[in-house]
Design a protein. Structure first.
Length: 147
């Protein structure tokens, strides 16, 4: 097995740039007897197949920074939607018009749009509670988390 990083030694830290997919493809074309693993600036699950198709590598894809920025990189959208719904459920009970949107989201951008809209609504509610001085209190007199 051969792993091709695709970046030059100088391409690290603030000098990091895109890996050279053409060079990775050339290596794969030259070496046919063993699996070749590539890295190629993969940040989203959808990037994986494009990377494999372009480079011709079918041994696999490695990622470092992409996995740090997007831990769900190797998961499809389906488990992400289910997990997101569990996280957002307390808020979705109050914002019922958004309740079905996570299950219908077809892209990660749509998921982020839902989260952004919900965040905006929650922030508006928080501001209103602070301005009005309202908000439920628990048995000790502390303000309860809205939901």
């Amino acid at each position: 097995m051969l792993v091709v990083h695709g970046r030059l030694r100088d391409q690290k830290g603030h000098k990091s740039g895109l890996p050279d997919r053409d060079t990775i493809r050339a290596v794969k074309q030259a070496i046919t007897s063993i699996p070749v693993i590539t890295n190629s600036n993969v940040l989203y699950h959808e990037d994986l197949q494009r990377c494999l198709d372009y480079t011709g590598c079918c041994g696999g894809v490695m990622t470092a920074e992409g996995n740090l920025y997007n831990p769900a990189i190797f998961a499809s959208l389906s488990p992400t939607r289910a997990h997101l719904f569990k996280i957002l459920q307390p808020s979705l009970l109050h914002h019922t018009d958004l309740r079905t949107r996570p299950s219908k989201a077809g892209t990660f951008d749509e998921v982020w749009d839902i989260v952004a809209e919900l965040k905006e609504r929650l922030m508006e509610g928080e501001v209103r509670i602070r301005e009005e001085g309202t908000g439920e209190r628990d048995e000790l007199g502390y303000k309860k988390v809205p939901y």
